[in-house]
Design a protein around this ligand. Structure first.
Ligand SMILES: Cc1cc2nc3c(=O)[nH]c(=O)nc-3n(C[C@H](O)[C@H](O)[C@H](O)COP(=O)(O)OP(=O)(O)OC[C@H]3O[C@@H](n4cnc5c(N)ncnc54)[C@H](O)[C@@H]3O)c2cc1C
Ligand SMILES: NC(=O)c1ccc[n+]([C@@H]2O[C@H](COP(=O)([O-])OP(=O)(O)OC[C@H]3O[C@@H](n4cnc5c(N)ncnc54)[C@H](OP(=O)(O)O)[C@@H]3O)[C@@H](O)[C@H]2O)c1
Length: 451
């Protein structure tokens, strides 16, 4: 196991003379995939055409949804859709290469599955992060991006962290992922959690013997949290509350799965707004508010067996919503309203786990003053080109790119792993094209300190 914390962070000041070609904000899978694409380009192109890059990551070490790294859970994407293979099948950064290095390739093959455990895939991502350790600074939360001006022209960007360090670059790639969301009016507390923090919260329970958990939602996170709590706390009742009648299966059938193909991004991007909305509606059940069929069957089997035994501790409160919560300090009370009868009931629990999903955050907030140079669409979102470059004022020389939060323009694969490798290659190509198009001297631009 590699310890990514070992990588030293050498902050650069606003007066630093170094200007990177690219600063990546966020070093999750999207940042890693771009890092790989850049490393592979540099190895092939040689020092003259190399792209200089650095990534800033707010976590103290690499981690991919650690709070939900539950034993027994598996990936929802084929291992072939790793960080590199779809872009470069010869890559040494593939999941197969990782397996080979770990001495598990043949064992994995014998398992006959395309879907590794999430824990194993996390090991793969950590392995990549460690190999790219020279490109990243951890404990570096970006809070602002400032324009570096030459007259009216924005010649580069200063990326500022919470600790005050400044890194200067000609291009910025934002890949900060999605934000956990709670229903309106619900606040997190000691006993009100989001699934994104499930494991650390459970660890804090210490020797406590919980008697009841309430889980809210009917997506994959909700079903996995329900199963995990049921496994782990044999003396506790687990009550899952959701508005559906029952969990619905994720559509992972082959034709529907094509919505995640690289070519689907072209189709989606070129489509009109109505067609875009229609495609998301048709195929939302490939991803949102749905659960792997096997897990649905497992939860049903458990509940039925409990019924047979007459000791029911796995309960499903369907067609219902949690409308309020009261954390008393000792426990928490969930107010539950039946959407069918309108009746309200209360459930006292040790904790309520909201598995209510994630929302994109507006990258514009992070971009600070630079946001003023970015164009927005009629809904107020950053306007993106097909190559993920934000449309900016002609005064801006460099590029701002967005990875992830662009489902409205680029389709359902945007926040997922399916297309990460290919997208990273497209962003790198765009950077290289822009560099070729620019006057040669601009690439070797000397920094003028205007900050
Ligand atoms: C539990 C769970 C399981 C999932 N499993 C799958 C799956 O099997 N298959 C699939 O396709 N998708 C899956 N997803 C969807 C998920 O969005 C993608 O797997 C993936 O995480 C997207 O990568 P990303 O790098 O874009 O975002 P993230 O993984 O969210 O990474 C963003 C990174 O940016 C960092 N960051 C955020 N803000 C800042 C800042 N201001 N400054 C510096 N750093 C910052 C964060 O700390 C984080 O490391 C899953 C999601 C969850 C919640
Ligand atoms: N093993 C894995 O690979 C794995 C594990 C977990 C998650 N994931 C992925 O992570 C992503 C997110 O999944 P997720 O399950 O966290 O989120 P999700 O699919 O968006 O599901 C959110 C659930 O919360 C409910 N909800 C939302 N707002 C609510 C509110 N205000 N009140 C009550 N209920 C509310 C939704 O109900 P409605 O439908 O009624 O809105 C839905 O059931 C998906 O891509 C998923 O595939 C993968």
């Amino acid at each position: 196991m590699f310890d990514c914390r070992a990588q030293a962070w050498r902050p650069t000041g606003a007066d630093a003379t170094r200007v990177y070609d690219v600063v990546g904000i966020g070093f999750g899978p999207s940042g890693l995939a771009l890092g790989i694409a850049i490393e592979e380009h540099n190895a092939a192109a040689g020092p003259e055409r190399a792209v200089t890059a650095t990534f800033l990551e707010r976590q103290p070490r690499f981690g991919w949804h650690r709070g939900m790294l539950l034993p027994g859970t598996t990936m929802q994407v084929s291992f072939l859709k790793d960080l590199a293979t779809m872009r470069n099948p010869h890559s040494t950064y593939s999941f197969v290469s990782y397996l080979h290095g770990q001495g598990r390739l043949v064992d994995f093959i014998n398992g006959k599955s395309l879907f590794p455990s999430r824990i194993e895939f996390h090991g793969y991502l950590e392995w990549v992060a460690a190999r790219l350790g020279h490109l990243v600074a951890y404990d570096a939360e970006v809070v602002d991006v400032r324009p570096v001006l030459d007259g009216e022209r924005v010649v580069s960007f200063d990326v500022v962290t919470a600790a005050g360090s400044v890194t200067r670059a000609r291009n910025v790639v934002v890949a900060t992922g999605l934000r956990p969301t709670l229903p309106q009016g619900i606040e997190r507390s000691e006993r009100v959690w989001h699934t994104s923090e499930l494991l650390p919260r459970l660890a804090q329970l210490g020797g406590e013997q919980p008697t009841r958990f309430v889980v809210v939602g009917a997506g994959q996170s909700a079903a996995e949290a329900t199963e995990h709590l049921h496994d782990r706390f044999a003396g506790a009742e687990i009550c899952s509350v959701f508005s559906r009648y029952g969990y619905s299966p994720a559509d992972d059938s082959p034709f529907a799965n094509q919505i995640f193909d690289p070519a689907a991004v072209d189709t989606f991007y070129a489509a009109g707004d109505d067609a875009k909305r229609m495609l998301v509606d048709y195929h939302a059940n490939t991803n949102y508010s749905v659960v792997d069929l096997e897990l649905i069957q497992e939860l049903y089997r458990r509940a039925y067996q409990e019924k047979v035994r007459g000791t029911e501790r796995l309960r499903f409160i369907n067609v219902s919503r949690v409308t309020d919560v009261h954390d008393t300090g000792e426990d928490v009370v969930a107010v539950i309203r039946s959407l069918a009868s309108g009746e309200t009931s209360m459930l006292r629990a040790d904790a309520i786990v909201f598995a209510t999903g994630y929302q994109p955050s507006d990258a514009g907030d992070l971009l600070g003053e630079v946001g003023a140079y970015c164009l927005r669409d009629t809904d107020g979102r950053l306007s993106l080109r097909r190559d993920y470059r934000v449309e900016t004022s002609p005064l801006v020389a460099g590029g701002i790119y967005l990875q992830g939060a662009c489902q409205e323009s680029h389709g359902l694969s945007s926040s997922l792993l399916s297309n990460t490798a290919v997208r990273a290659g497209e962003i790198l190509d765009s950077l290289l094209d822009a560099r070729t198009a620019a006057v040669p001297s601009s690439f070797a631009l000397e920094v003028k300190s205007h900050v």
